[in-house]
Design a protein around this ligand. Sequence first.
Ligand SMILES: Cc1cc2nc3c(=O)[nH]c(=O)nc-3n(C[C@H](O)[C@H](O)[C@H](O)COP(=O)(O)OP(=O)(O)OC[C@H]3O[C@@H](n4cnc5c(N)ncnc54)[C@H](O)[C@@H]3O)c2cc1C
Length: 461
Amino acid sequence: MINNHSPWIKQLKRTRPVVPLDKDISMNVAIVGGGIAGVTTAYFALRDTNKTVVLVEANKIAHGATGHNAGQIASYFERALSDLVEEFGVELAIDGQRSVESAWVLLDQIVSEAKLQTPIYRFTGYAGLSRFDQVILHLKNSRYRKEHGLIPESIILADNWYKLADIPEEFKDLYSFVPQKDLLQLLETNNTDYVACLSYQKGCMNSALFSEELIGYLIATYKDRFSFYEGSPVTTVRLNDSKSSLEVLGYKIQAERVVLCTNGFENFSIINEAGPEIDTNFHHSVAGRIGYMSGYVEPLNNPPIAISYFPKTDKNSIDPTGETYFYLTRRPHEHEGNDAYNLVCTGGPEKVLPNGAGYSSQDSYSEDARDSIDDFLRSNYDKHNGETEYSFCWHGLMGYTPNGIRRIGQEPSNPVLLYNLGCNGVGILPSIFGGKHISRFLNDEQVERSIFDPYDQNRNA
Ligand SMILES: Cc1cc2nc3c(=O)[nH]c(=O)nc-3n(C[C@H](O)[C@H](O)[C@H](O)COP(=O)(O)OP(=O)(O)OC[C@H]3O[C@@H](n4cnc5c(N)ncnc54)[C@H](O)[C@@H]3O)c2cc1C
């Protein structure tokens, strides 16, 4: 049996005791969930409003998806931009993309204002494509980016690719050519299936360490306005037309607004006393997927990098429901008290959690997932030398919304309730943008429409 062992949780050196809620309290804002979404939502609520804020976490800070991810800082959606344009129209889709990219600056602000020490690495990240349809999709996205003021991804194609002549004329200004061996060098692969390489700004960090450090800053800085409880699961959220009441360990938290930063919606019920039912639809509107990752430690011989690989087929997939891509990050890593190491992490395999099925972070790791990652590394990553002892194998739960977009904003049936949730695979930058966006609602600003708006479940939209 392989245990769930995450390098990010291992790096937490917390000394703070868990303090559960032990009395009834009343605050302006209650935030539920202490992953990166909850912590950054608390940060912006405290920095940008004068409200009193309580954050309640069922377990410990950053032990959910935030402590079990790949830690790659990326600004893409798990859906193509061209697809978002089709669903939302070009203006909203481009605004949504720009919003996520704005989180790079928000991240810098947080780090400098709170003087955080968590290492953050930035670099150009690469993605390798192996099929014609993948290339055309990215060219379409790039066309939208270029025409609407976003920096286009750089796309280079192998000059010996037999499909070059089939690329429509309309995309000709969006790519350049190089010998395939140069392209493979960027992708750090010898696998000649890859015929295109995208590059764009990326980074990586330990988002659990970041959240842990940031919560320490909030506790120290906002003593008079901020309360924080761990080991405190919320079991019921009751809403009326001007406030909410949360049930936690037999106590009550009264708050004018409640923000759910719970990744998904499981393990608590929502009772809306001021309008239509919210609970049932919402519990069905976030689907769970378990993501699996493996990581090994090697000497510090190569710079930090993030590379995604879109193979020709998904023969390595352990879940027959969708196309799998593999993503790899390499970053410096302290190992046995010595920081002359890199950690190479690879993820890709996912399993859909059937509706109603439970997930526990204590569940053992899937051997199929490890084999699939192993297979992938062997045939794609040229710096991988044969047999690998994985120092870390871990899994985490992702909450997917039906449209694959993080849900950030007010509940249409009752604005007392707000959301910054829906992990959707890529969640670090969207969570941070979400935190800032929520503070605008808390300040009662007129917030413009966005692709992140929670839609009205009662319309079945
Ligand atoms: C395997 C994997 C790989 C990933 N890779 C990347 C990546 O490379 N880049 C990227 O950007 N994103 C990645 N993600 C997604 C990213 O980790 C998440 O989107 C991000 O951490 C968002 O965190 P969150 O705060 O929304 O959720 P979480 O970190 O899951 O936090 C939610 C918190 O809410 C708490 N909670 C739930 N219910 C209650 C309740 N009733 N009462 C009190 N507390 C409650 C939970 O205990 C938990 O701590 C990955 C995720 C996984 C699982």
